[in-house]
Design a protein around this ligand. Structure first.
Ligand SMILES: C[S@@+](CC[C@H](N)C(=O)[O-])C[C@H]1O[C@@H](n2cnc3c(N)ncnc32)[C@H](O)[C@@H]1O
Length: 224
């Protein structure tokens, strides 16, 4: 466990640790995807991040039960395309209300592979009474548009852009935020910028070290 000011990072298994940490106002997660890492045709060599996704087991989905409406005021959960039906069915009736929101990538991979161009990443925001979305009218738009991060950023295949995370952290209500699948700490950086108190869990020690560095830098900058 590492403390950075009021923020706490754990290098641990989220399924074991998360229930022990109790209630947070907001749970923001970008969990492992359900994604086909094989195939890809002639463009496969331009998608080396798929190899890393497979090697790190980020293509095997996640146990939906980690989302517990008794342990959070609201949840934001990113869904890869093939996860939508399962996550949607799990959330059905679990929270007071929900919205499906979209990150539209301005520079999507130029592939379709017998499907559609992967220009959209979807996420659900579901909330209990009293934890409805916040922000200006511009913040409360369901679509956020920006480029993806460069693949070399932070040696992680799925780092979310600042624009997307800053918007989400302006939308979630309350002061305390947890990300049980923290990766390189993108949620934590945006949480600090939004003036919230962050807790993160990541089981991969390499990504955990990156998260410490990013969140320490964000905390230092916030206190300058
Ligand atoms: C899609 S990535 C999140 C990336 C993050 N949004 C970012 O911008 O860096 C999911 C992360 O969850 C981590 N993870 C997967 N299973 C986990 C578990 N059981 N406990 C904790 N972390 C886990 C993976 O190592 C991976 O870094």
């Amino acid at each position: 466990m590492v403390r950075i000011g009021p923020h706490t990072l754990y290098c641990a298994d989220a399924y074991r640790l998360r229930p022990q940490l109790g209630f947070f106002d907001a749970e923001v997660m970008d969990p492992p995807y359900v994604i086909r890492t094989a195939g890809g045709g002639s463009f496969r060599k331009h998608r080396p991040y798929l190899d890393q996704i497979q090697q790190e087991g980020l293509d095997r989905g996640f146990d939906h039960k980690i989302i517990n409406p008794l342990l959070c005021g609201s949840v934001v959960v990113f869904c890869h395309n093939d996860q939508l039906p399962g996550v949607s069915a799990y959330l059905n009736g679990l929270f007071h209300r929900f919205a499906l929101c979209v990150w539209r990538k301005l520079t999507p991979m130029p592939v379709a592979n017998k499907h559609y161009v992967p220009e959209l990443e979807l996420y659900f925001h579901a909330w209990n009474r009293g934890y409805h979305p916040e922000g200006s009218l511009a913040d409360l738009k369901r679509v956020v548009e920006c480029r993806s991060r460069a693949l070399k950023d932070y040696a992680h295949p799925a780092v979310k852009p600042d624009e997307v995370m800053n918007k989400i952290l302006r939308n979630v209500s309350g002061r305390t935020v947890i990300d049980p699948f923290m990766g390189t700490g993108s949620t934590g950086v945006a949480a600090i910028r939004a003036g919230k108190i962050f807790t993160g869990i990541e089981h991969n020690p390499k990504h955990f070290q990156t998260a410490i560095a990013r969140i320490s830098a964000a905390w230092e900058q916030a206190n300058r």
